[in-house]
Design a protein around this ligand. Structure first.
Ligand SMILES: [Mg+2]
Length: 256
């Protein structure tokens, strides 16, 4: 199998000015760290994103499994249009936040069950989000199979309204109604995204829904890292390459 290394869509200023850019965060904008709390936002990235947002007429959104509050604290003082928790909470360019509904009772019960089944697995980190749970095992990858089995059992008993996705060294339990495809569709129905060409940049299986939606809406997927077999589209090798690409877009004199 060969991995194709293809640069993202060409950056002529007229084309770029028509894009709506959707950027995943961990592994895409930021290098992966040992824990989600340990990531580093490189100096200058906020300024690059801010300039690019202006040049795209505001049509730049961050889309992440992180909570909106976590996204904002990473990039403060910048507050971009953003979707947190895989689209369970979406902040539009207007500042309005759209949330899917989650039963507080179900979420509480689910958290207790997840805490219980991982209690004897040291190194597993349970991240409680307002609308879901992320179970990280980056420090103990050998528990992957056992952890998956236990969490699948929990969801089989308590799956109403929730769904589990596998990411890189993380199992994400999220509201069934939240996914990155719906998120792209919601943004594309609102100004300033309406009528633009969606470009979705992501590094993980959790981004596949976003890639599919962007492509379906006439845009492009840009995968970061290795290209899965049988996939087409564009590729950048690493988060560092993504940041360099964004800087090239800014420096190419693109004007919205
Ligand atoms: Mg990612």
């Amino acid at each position: 199998m060969t991995t194709r290394s293809i640069r993202p869509p060409p950056a002529s200023s007229r084309e770029v000015a028509r894009w709506a850019l959707f950027l995943d965060i961990d592994g895409t904008l930021l290098d992966i760290a040992p824990s989600p709390y340990a990531v580093v936002v490189p100096k200058g990235l906020g300024a690059t994103l801010s300039t690019l947002r202006d040049r795209l007429g505001g049509a730049l959104a961050l889309i992440s499994g992180r909570a909106l509050s976590s996204i904002d604290s990473l990039f403060q003082p910048l507050e971009l249009p953003a979707a947190g928790q895989h689209g369970a909470e979406i902040r539009l360019a207007s500042g309005n936040v759209v949330r899917v509904w989650v039963s507080p009772g179900s979420l509480h019960a689910l958290r207790q069950e997840v805490d219980r089944v991982v209690a004897d697995l040291p190194g597993v980190v349970v991240e409680r989000k307002s609308m879901g749970i992320a179970v990280h095992y980056r420090q103990v990858p050998e528990v992957s199979g056992e952890l998956a089995r236990r969490l699948t059992d929990v969801l089989a008993r308590r799956r109403r309204g929730f769904h589990m996705m596998c990411g890189k060294f993380v199992f994400e339990v999220k509201p069934s109604d939240a996914d990155k495809a719906r998120t792209v569709e919601v943004f594309m129905r609102h100004d300033p995204f309406v009528g633009r060409i969606p470009i979705f940049v992501g590094d993980d299986r959790t981004d596949e829904d976003g890639f599919a939606a962007a492509t379906r809406l006439g845009g492009h997927a840009v995968r970061v890292g290795t290209m899965p077999p049988g996939m087409s589209g564009y590729r950048l090798g690493s988060a560092g390459e993504v940041r360099a690409w964004l800087e090239r877009l800014v420096n190419s004199g693109t004007r919205a």
